[in-house]
Design a protein around this ligand. Structure first.
Ligand code: NAD
Ligand code: UDP
Length: 310
């Protein structure tokens, strides 16, 4: 039985990861400060004796003994990571230093939940891992983008300097149950608006694109990465390469919910990336991974979840 630490384990992705790790017979320790995660997301897991949770902010050192660490702690929604940008940089950078220091002391394998945001507003499309990105270092998204970039630097320096066993995945937009209804991200916003027949808020003209991966596919990819051979450090893109315009997503969600909502346009946030789609050749090749849940099926599951929340 492996002892596994999941930071940010009460969040959207973390709670699914904790559940899957428990289902596969591991001993799971969840660390979270509940900034954007909730106790409800993990309440069902306590019936398993091998699940425990500690309230802790990863900006402070942590002393535990585990075999593997998944470092997910960090708000992911632009609204939440911009709410306290200094704390976001502390979480991404100090948090990474603390978790890397822990991994080094106990000789644990450590996986970083990095992001497609390291590519910024990309001028290479689709995004390949070898592309260095186009990131504004001083804008409102920078606390997250540059924080995550610095975290990647730290991971690779710990690997080169201390031979630490690292894994870096760059996660593209992921959605599913356990997303916070007021999270502010596009899938949760549109579904909540559609279910309550409120206006669907498309930012800008809705021509910007994203590619949406269902949570189960992503968690499989993260676990495959963690169990890959040591030489595979990444960074590796994990996401669904099917690309949609945001306006198309709005129309799809209105149809799936039979909603009376109307689409309205609001201002486009500063530095909102115009196009985003992962090239997942590396994940296919190194991990034998690709997503297989169709976006319509994934959205239907997510709609069922949000209906229950209402
Ligand atoms: P989330 O906001 O639902 O979860 C993040 C969790 O981290 C929350 O439970 C929050 O309370 C916790 N947290 C935040 N700061 C913390 C701190 N200082 N100490 C301890 N806990 C802290 O977001 P998510 O979608 O589950 O994202 C999880 C990870 O995946 C994040 O690192 C995010 O950057 C990355 N990611 C997510 C997506 C996506 O589409 N969901 C895309 C790219 C990257
Ligand atoms: N978006 C939108 N309406 C919303 C929320 C988001 O049109 O109510 C757009 C946003 O401008 C971006 C895309 O949807 O172009 C994805 O936004 P999200 O915040 O989910 O994540 P991002 O990929 O920008 O980090």
């Amino acid at each position: 039985m492996k002892k596994i630490l999941v930071t940010g384990g009460a969040g959207f992705i973390g709670s699914h990861l904790c559940k899957k790790l428990l289902d596969e017979g591991n001993d799971v320790l969840c660390i979270d400060n509940y900034f954007t995660g909730t106790k409800e997301n993990i309440s069902g897991l306590f019936k398993n004796t091998y699940f425990e949770a500690i309230r802790h902010d990863i900006c402070f050192p942590l002393y535990v003994e585990v075999d593997e660490i998944y470092n997910l702690a960090c708000p992911a929604s632009p609204i939440h990571y911009q709410h306290d940008p200094v704390q976001t940089t502390k979480t991404t950078v100090h948090g990474a230093i603390n978790m890397l220091g822990l991994a080094k002391r106990i000789n644990a394998r450590i996986l970083q939940a990095s992001t497609s945001e390291v590519y910024g507003d990309p001028d290479v499309h689709p995004q390949v891992e070898s592309y260095w990105g186009n990131v504004n270092p001083i804008g409102p998204r920078s606390c997250y983008d540059e924080g995550k970039r610095c975290a990647e630097t730290l991971f690779f320096d710990y690997n080169r300097q201390h031979n630490l066993d690292i894994k870096v995945v760059r996660i593209f937009n992921t959605y599913g149950p356990n997303m916070h209804p007021n999270d502010g991200r596009v899938v949760s916003n549109f579904i909540m608006q559609a279910l309550t027949n409120k206006d669907i808020t498309v930012y800008g003209n809705g021509e910007q694109t994203r590619s949406f991966c269902y949570i189960d596919d992503l968690v499989n990819g993260m676990m495959k990465m963690m169990s890959s051979e040591k030489a595979i450090t990444g960074p590796i893109n994990l996401g669904n390469p099917v690309e949609f315009k945001i306006i198309e997503l709005a129309q799809m969600i209105i149809k799936l919910t039979n909603s009376k909502s109307k689409i309205i346009n609001k201002g486009l946030p500063i530095d909102d990336p115009v196009r985003r789609r992962p090239d997942i050749s590396k994940a296919k090749n190194d991990l034998d991974w690709e997503p297989n849940i169709d976006v319509i099926d994934g959205l239907k599951e997510t709609i069922v979840y949000f209906k229950k929340q209402l």
